[in-house]
Design a protein. Structure first.
Ligand code: SF4
Length: 284
């Protein structure tokens, strides 16, 4: 008899749920609401919100004059200089930045005011990193995303404040810190990877010991979803990354006895349930 096992922790995190609730509340007030970029890294949920009236637009394409238009800052945050400029142009900002991202932004300001050189570990083009950059002194800031970049980082100062993208894989952060600590004195105010990422990572590792294959539900451009997928592969388990039930090849999965399911932090329960229901129908 084939079995399907869910990871102990998966799916929506606090910051994503909070951003969705803020968007829904603004829409319920019958306001026209524009999210600055896609609200979350999940196409299905973004479409549901679009059906409720949420619009998505990049800062660069907004009209010069805001005329009181409501703009929603998503969980990743937004560069404070951009926020100031939008307010001056007459936009009304509603801030859905995740409180954990805000804590990292505050730590960057604290480090800057303490005179420390800041090193951010994360993907330079990710929205959270682009927002973080705005809180740092751009002349005393480096952004790196790999062990190779850590090896060749060349900063004259010896004291560095380091923090990471909230969704970075904990093992990658540890490896980069080990490399940097050989040449620099590292300062950290606290763990900057968010507990939701760590909990989902621990859960996928535990799951990999109980199953023969892991289905990772989520969008491929979601950093934490990709992290779950890579962790499953690193554990030596075959893994499939699918955005929704219709993308799943049950034929491939039928070769395995014990099938695990996990999901990224932007995946609603109904999408996970549909994947599980399809697997149950096919395998049981
Ligand atoms: S992954 Fe963590 S930091 Fe990012 S939105 Fe979710 S709770 Fe906040």
């Amino acid at each position: 008899m084939k079995t399907i096992i869910r990871a102990d922790v998966m799916g929506y995190c606090m910051g994503v749920e909070r951003a969705i609730k803020i968007a829904e509340k603004e829409l319920e007030a019958n306001r026209r609401v524009i999210s600055l970029g896609l609200l979350i890294h999940n196409a299905i949920e973004n479409q549901r919100l679009a059906d409720l009236g949420l619009e998505f637009q990049e800062v660069e394409t907004l009209p010069e004059q805001g005329n009181g238009q409501t703009l929603l800052i998503r969980a990743h945050g937004l560069d404070p200089k951009v926020q100031k400029s939008l307010k001056e142009r007459g936009y009304h900002l509603v801030d859905a930045t995740c409180p954990l991202v805000v804590m990292n932004q505050k730590d960057i300001v604290k480090a800057r005011e303490s005179g420390l050189y800041t090193v951010i570990i994360g993907k330079p083009t990710h929205a959270e990193i682009l927002a973080m950059k705005g809180f740092a002194d751009e002349h005393r800031l480096s952004i790196i995303s790999s062990e190779e970049e850590a090896q060749v980082l060349d900063i004259e100062e010896t004291d560095l404040f380091i923090l990471s993208q909230t969704t970075l894989r904990p093992d990658l952060l540890l490896r980069i810190k080990t490399i940097l600590s050989k040449r620099y004195q590292l300062h950290e105010y606290r763990q900057s990877i968010c507990p939701a990422t760590q909990d989902r990572q621990k859960a996928v590792k535990a799951l990999s010991e109980k199953v023969d294959v892991i289905i990772v539900v989520g969008d491929s451009h979601s950093a934490n979803t990709r992290g779950l997928y890579e962790s499953a592969l690193d554990a030596g388990i075959p893994a499939y990354l699918v955005s929704q039930a219709s993308a799943l090849s049950c034929q491939q999965i039928s070769a395995y006895e014990r099938v695990g399911i996990t999901a990224g932090a932007s995946v609603p329960d109904y999408v996970i349930d549909e994947v599980e229901d399809l697997l149950k129908k096919f395998l049981e």
